[in-house]
Design a protein around this ligand. Structure first.
Ligand SMILES: C[S@@+](CC[C@H](N)C(=O)[O-])C[C@H]1O[C@@H](n2cnc3c(N)ncnc32)[C@H](O)[C@@H]1O
Length: 159
């Protein structure tokens, strides 16, 4: 598979996965958490699919496409550890979290997902969903949409 084809598969998986999760949370109460703003592509997609939900975003830098800058009051600029603890202090709760942090080095990304999972868990409402390219711990792994290679994108339900 060429890198171009691989990229198309990754983008399709992201779109299908986020669409599936946005629908699957149904009327579960709570906000949405985007972990990793980056260029803002997935944030933009989430706000399109879930226009009535408040979407909080964490990133250590604010460098998205100019059309994808989150409202100031919904953006937490800083390291994930500190920002997740800040959300917990505020008592914020989430029905859906999209985990998109990453160094692009599999071993490090897996370790980071495991390290941050205990800080994400208390923020999730019971039954809330998590969508991630990295394994997360302390959640129940569930099947996502049939169109996605189960190794490419992972889906979890909060206990
Ligand atoms: C792969 S990019 C996100 C891509 C984005 N979701 C998109 O669709 O454009 C990962 C982002 O996570 C941020 N990031 C990674 N690890 C982080 C951490 N521990 N704390 C805060 N931000 C982090 C990086 O700064 C980067 O912008």
């Amino acid at each position: 598979m060429s890198r171009l084809e691989s990229m198309r598969r990754r983008l399709s998986a992201q779109i299908d996965g986020l669409n599936w999760a946005a629908e699957a949370i149904g009327d579960i109460g709570g906000d949405v958490l985007e972990l990793g703003l980056g260029n803002g592509r997935t944030y933009d997609h989430l706000r399109q699919q879930l226009p009535t939900r408040r979407i909080w975003v964490i990133d250590r830098v604010l460098q998205p496409h100019p059309s994808c800058v989150p409202p100031e009051e919904n953006f937490l600029l800083g390291e994930a550890d500190d920002m997740l603890q800040e959300l917990a202090r505020r008592g914020q709760k989430f029905a859906l979290a999209h985990y998109d942090f990453g160094f692009g080095i599999k071993d490090l990304d897996v370790k980071e997902g495991a390290r941050l999972s205990p800080l994400i868990a208390p923020l999730m409402v019971s039954g809330g969903l998590l969508v991630s390219q990295q394994p997360l711990t302390g959640f129940t792994k569930i099947s996502g949409p049939d169109t996605i290679d189960p190794e490419r994108y992972l889906f979890f339900r909060a206990p």
